[in-house]
Design a protein around this ligand. Structure first.
Ligand SMILES: NC(=O)c1ccc[n+]([C@@H]2O[C@H](COP(=O)([O-])OP(=O)(O)OC[C@H]3O[C@@H](n4cnc5c(N)ncnc54)[C@H](O)[C@@H]3O)[C@@H](O)[C@H]2O)c1
Length: 263
């Protein structure tokens, strides 16, 4: 039975905690939870009948796999805590490990751990990773979201946007710098494909849009792939797409399943 440690018990973390209790019986068990919000941590520990308290280091010592669902600021630290002990780690906040991915890779190889990055809020990563086994000439991601969800970004005034407007066009590396709260999708596509300097990103603000949409286009010697997801927000955190939380559960299923379908 694999022991799982959860870091971050918000929208994604609480869904993972629930599903570990219901879908992974006899295979994996939620062993401990760490959240900087102590009320949230206690609530989730009560729900999951976990009495013992951990900090990140003791959780990494006790578990076989850590799951990061806390935020980009925490992702690198959680990944290092697991990988330096030869343990596995699943990282939701992919934007937080993009710059450090080379070092994490070397750590995983030298200690024997694995780093898993779920596809999160986008569709089409299966096709992108297949295409990367051949030759890929272009990867483009177009993200559409409501102007309000871009509030706080320098140079963007949501109230002034009255019609669909391209607010950014450039490399994924530039997108990650300019839109730090929206970095995970760009980072995940970069890691699966042509890296952040060669992945093109366009962000469109669409007044009245209720569902964030992501359209991934890949061109290569296989042909052309287009995948589009139109995402409902997660009921407990409207900034998170429901598909992102589901992708974490799906990745766990794949890790523990004897039969793995899809790239
Ligand atoms: N890959 C994707 O497409 C994708 C999509 C959505 C969200 N995400 C990432 O997943 C993260 C979690 O999403 P969510 O909707 O569950 O967020 P959330 O805000 O609902 O929950 C985050 C939880 O982590 C806790 N936390 C924050 N910093 C912490 C730390 N240093 N140590 C322990 N706990 C900490 C918070 O108290 C909170 O309970 C997001 O921050 C985002 O980076 C990725």
């Amino acid at each position: 039975m694999k022991k799982i440690g959860l870091v971050g018990a918000g929208a994604i973390g609480s869904m993972i905690a629930r599903r570990l209790g219901s879908d992974f019986s006899g295979i994996a068990r939620l062993w401990g939870i760490v959240d900087i919000d102590s009320d949230r941590e206690s609530f989730q520990r009560r729900c999951c009948k976990i009495r013992r308290r951990f900090d990140l280091e003791s959780l990494a010592d006790a578990c076989d796999l850590l799951i990061e669902a806390a935020g980009a600021h925490a992702a690198g630290e959680v990944a290092r805590a697991a990988l330096s002990r030869g343990k596995d780690v699943l990282v939701m906040s992919s934007g937080g490990i993009l710059k450090d991915i080379g070092r994490l890779r070397r750590l995983a190889i030298s200690r024997g751990g694995h780093l898993y990055v779920p596809s999160g809020a986008i569709a089409g990563l299966d096709g992108l990773t297949s295409a990367m086994a051949g030759r890929v000439s272009a990867v483009t991601l177009v993200t559409s979201k409501s102007p309000l969800s871009l509030s706080g970004v320098k140079g963007i005034m949501p109230a002034a946007i009255k019609k669909p407007t391209v607010v950014f066009e450039g490399s994924a590396a530039q997108a990650v710098k300019r839109f730090p709260k929206n970095i995970n999708v760009s980072a995940t596509v970069s890691m699966a494909g042509l890296w952040s300097s060669r992945t093109r990103v366009k962000i469109v603000a669409v007044p009245g849009l209720k569902e964030n949409t992501h359209e991934l286009t890949v061109r290569g010697d296989f042909g052309t792939l287009t995948a589009r997801s139109s995402n409902f927000p997660d009921p407990s955190n409207p900034k998170t797409s429901r598909l992102a939380a589901l992708s974490a559960v799906a990745t766990l299923r794949k890790i523990f399943s004897p039969i793995k379908v899809g790239t």
